[in-house]
Ligand binder design. Structure first.
Ligand SMILES: Cc1cc2nc3c(=O)[nH]c(=O)nc-3n(C[C@H](O)[C@H](O)[C@H](O)COP(=O)(O)O)c2cc1C
Length: 434
């Protein structure tokens, strides 16, 4: 028997700027599953996974990043949505993802330079600067700097994917402008060295994001939500800083943006995993006690200027932390929503169980290996293992071995990379940004 706890602010509905209502304040944050069926489409396992979340009491589901360009994927099992893809599997996915009366938005993304060389595609970016991951840099191709036509084609692809997301029945899209992917590369002076209208001062570096938001908003219905995931900072010296994020949100205030989600970091500095490997002198994420709700301080500052609801994601596993994030503190506002990723893989019914007042301790195994790159990959692999299990209708496995999960993930990635390369050459796909 659990003692029922009175409904908290987590259960309060949230009305967005466009009038859409999110039934409560908990979102399942985006997690790239690498579980697409052949042809990079959602199939039975993704449907089952999303239905499980939808029936667990969540207010909003954000999909793992859905790729706008079939030749630019963050991983070989990624979902692609463009006009060449069949729409029926996406309709079935949307139905499953909204079965609980919740909102479900596709997160739409272009990875820019953060693509693996093994995928066999040419990478594009604002400038021809490769990912610097020390001994692992060779895993990423050196990108080609985009020209005007290439940038316009990418804006067009964001529009197409957003339009198709609405046709499929999703209730919104989230434009991924965080984590060092293409739009985030444009925002950061470390990766954007352009001297034209897309580089230099922040207004220019933010142009791609603002153009994408405007162009997407112009083709979708008013009731369809358009959100942005933004870094509160990229936690690299000389990079996109917290004050830049505040300014970008001020510009987004002028556009019909329904929600801003705050995260942080990139492949080079994975602050979103709570492990900023910032260069000396760079700001550190997460001054919050016990390294929970890593970006809450930033999110409160941004909430103070944002006219749209702000959501904070990263490190939230306990109900008390989620509730604290919603409340004002030390004269600063609370956030409107909390995003939860890893804990929702280990407990997909987390919102329902919190609502019932269960004293729930979500144990997310920590991987304390000395090699930080492998530790980070193993942490991701452990989470993805849970997603695959949920997709098969199995229960999460809390005591899985990080080493075995990592090896299994590597095997899956290798096999899927072969399948992906075969699909690209068979379909004779060409990037429109080439
Ligand atoms: C397996 C995995 C895949 C992820 N994929 C995405 C993604 O596709 N898009 C995104 O914005 N963030 C992605 N993230 C980051 C999460 O959305 C979130 O920002 C991060 O995990 C911190 O939240 P958490 O502590 O609740 O996990 C991913 C995280 C994990 C663990």
């Amino acid at each position: 028997m659990h003692t029922p706890i009175p409904p908290s602010s987590l259960s309060a509905p949230l009305t967005l700027r466009n009038g859409a209502v999110v039934p409560n304040r908990i979102a399942k944050a985006a997690m790239e599953e690498n579980m697409a069926d052949s042809g990079q489409i959602p199939g039975e396992s993704l449907r089952r996974l999303y239905e499980t979340w939808a029936q667990g009491g969540v207010g909003l589901i954000l999909s793992g990043n859905v790729m706008i360009d079939p030749t630019a994927l963050t991983g070989p099992g990624g979902v692609v949505l463009d006009e060449r893809q069949p729409i029926a599997p996406f309709k079935a996915w949307a139905r499953a993802a909204m079965r609980g009366g919740n909102q479900a938005w596709l997160q739409i993304n272009h990875p820019g330079r953060q693509v693996f060389a093994a995928m066999g595609q040419q990478a594009v970016a604002p400038s021809a600067i490769g990912v610097n991951m020390g001994a692992y840099s060779h895993l990423f191709p050196v990108p080609r700097a985009l020209d005007e036509a290439g940038i316009a084609a990418i804006v067009g692809r964001f529009v197409t994917t957003a339009r198709l997301a609405e046709v499929a029945g999703f209730s919104g899209v989230q434009i991924h402008a965080a984590h060092g992917y293409l739009i985030s590369q444009f925002l950061s002076p470390l990766t954007n060295r352009r001297t034209d209208a897309w580089g230099g001062e922040l207004r220019n570096r933010a142009r791609l994001l603002l153009d994408v938001v405007k162009a997407v908003r112009a083709v979708v219905s008013p009731g369809f939500s358009v959100a942005v995931k933004l870094n509160s900072a990229d936690f690299q010296k000389g990079g996109f800083e917290a004050s830049d994020a505040v300014q970008v949100v001020r510009w987004l205030n002028e556009l019909p943006v329904d929600l801003v989600e705050l995260s942080g970091g990139s492949y080079e500095s994975p602050a979103m995993q709570g492990a900023p490997q910032a260069t000396e002198g760079a700001p550190q994420a997460g001054s919050t006690a016990a390294r929970e709700a890593y970006f809450l301080d930033f999110a409160r500052d941004i909430s103070a200027v944002a006219r749209m609801p702000v959501m904070v994601t990263g490190g939230i596993r306990r109900r008390a932390v989620a509730e604290h994030a919603l409340k004002p503190s030390e004269g600063r506002p609370g956030v409107a929503m909390v995003g939860i990723a890893s804990a929702m893989a280990f407990e997909p019914k987390l919102p329902e169980r919190w609502k019932r007042g269960e004293a729930l301790e979500i144990e997310i195994p920590s991987v304390g290996w000395r090699n930080k790159a492998y530790a980070s990959l193993a942490r991701m692999a452990l989470v993805k293992l849970q997603l695959r299990r949920l997709g098969k209708g199995q229960q999460p496995k809390h005591d899985a071995s990080p080493l075995l999960a990592l090896i299994r993930q590597q095997v899956i990635t290798k096999r899927r990379t072969r399948l992906y390369r075969a699909w690209v050459s068979q379909a004779r796909l060409e990037s429109s940004s080439a």
